[in-house]
Design a protein around this ligand. Structure first.
Ligand SMILES: [Zn+2]
Ligand SMILES: [Zn+2]
Length: 355
């Protein structure tokens, strides 16, 4: 079958013929219908996450925002069948550890990321396997368009879990979103749906325009202001600052800007992972965090059981993840789309739809 195959860090990937996957006894194989192309693919391809132990090996197939139809099931799989349509959260769990039992499968002790390690190839391929499938796939409701929900495996779900389950967003709150890439725009749309007033921050005009289209009430163009946190605060009542601020990019500057945009008692939601530049370390105004009782909260993916909340909001027209999908491409285009993410020009979520 055809798949986009990684060879070495920074070298353009290529479509190659590889063996079709076989399901584990407790796994399945999915025929890919759509798969979002994510900044995490670009990070891994550049070797950015060597320092956390995520280093792609030659032969790896990327792709972690898939939607598809089950084409084979292992002999021990009881509750899934060939023909079921599914999406797959990128952080696969074992279903048995203490965090899984607490409903926090997204931080499973033995988490395996889809499409970042050789023993769990991803979905830039005609088919891909899913290990421990009954713990890890989410069955789609009828009538859902695969392209529209192709961000649900990673960016849209990450933004949803963060805003709904990790911080307290109440209607009328001011929520700032720093970085309007795929996850940032998803966060704008979700925060708006939750009834918040949204301030979108970016340096690209088109991304801020897209954020406004998705419900942002105010925007801050980083290239036009001296002090980003002050500009954000200026949009809030009495310049008190944002109740919740999201770093949806993960570079030192956006992380600090996000924390410094907060009101007293405000919550910073850290969604962006850092790059090889920061290697996970960003200096922060700790004394201010202490004296103003601000919070710094991490959020990583979303456990499968929370997907029904998104589907229900989609069904009742509260959310429309399809609005963030801006481009559909074929498998041949995937390597160039990933390589071009270094330019930060991609607006919204590009999705591969032809395999
Ligand atoms: Zn991703
Ligand atoms: Zn677990």
């Amino acid at each position: 079958m055809r798949a986009v195959v990684f060879e070495e860090v920074g070298k353009r990937m290529a479509v190659q013929e590889v063996d079709r996957p076989e399901p584990d006894p407790d796994g399945i194989v999915v025929e890919t219908e759509a798969c979002g192309i994510c900044r995490s693919d670009w990070h891994a391809w550049r070797g950015d996450w060597d320092w956390v132990g995520v280093m792609p090996t030659p032969g790896l197939v990327f792709g972690h925002e898939p939607v598809g139809t089950i084409s084979a099931v292992g002999e021990d799989v009881q509750n899934l069948s060939v023909g079921d349509r599914v999406c797959v959260p990128f952080n696969l769990s074992d279903g048995t550890c203490r965090y899984c039992k607490q409903g926090r499968a997204n931080i499973c002790e033995r988490m395996v990321p889809l499409g970042f390690v050789s023993f769990q190839p991803g979905a830039f391929a005609e088919e891909f396997p899913v290990r421990k499938a009954e713990h890890n796939v989410v069955t789609l409701p009828d009538g859902v368009d695969p392209v529209e929900v192709a961000g649900l495996g990673c960016r849209f779900a990450t933004a949803f879990h963060g805003l709904v389950h990790r911080v307290d967003v109440t209607p009328g709150d001011w929520v700032a979103i720093h970085g309007c890439g795929g996850v940032g725009l998803s966060a704008v749309h979700i925060a708006d749906a939750l009834g918040a007033n949204v301030i979108a921050v970016d340096l690209a005009e088109e991304k801020l325009a897209k954020a406004e289209e998705l419900g942002a009430d105010a925007t801050v163009d980083v290239t036009e202001v001296q002090d980003v946190p002050q500009a954000v605060k200026g949009h809030t009542p009495k310049s008190r600052g944002a109740d919740v601020s999201v770093d949806a990019l993960g570079i030192a500057e956006t992380c600090r800007n996000s924390v410094n945009s907060l009101s007293k008692g405000g919550q910073n939601l850290q969604i962006g992972l850092t790059t090889s530049e920061e290697e996970g370390e960003v200096s922060l105004p700790v004394d201010t965090i202490v004296m103003e009782e601000r919070e710094f909260i991490g959020s990583f993916g979303m456990p499968p059981h929370e997907y029904d909340e998104i589907f229900s909001m989609i069904e009742h027209d509260k959310l429309d993840p399809g609005k963030i999908v801006t481009e559909t491409v074929s498998l041949e285009d995937v390597p160039d789309v990933i390589a071009s993410m270094g330019d930060y020009e991609t607006v919204g979520i590009p999705v591969c739809t032809e395999f």
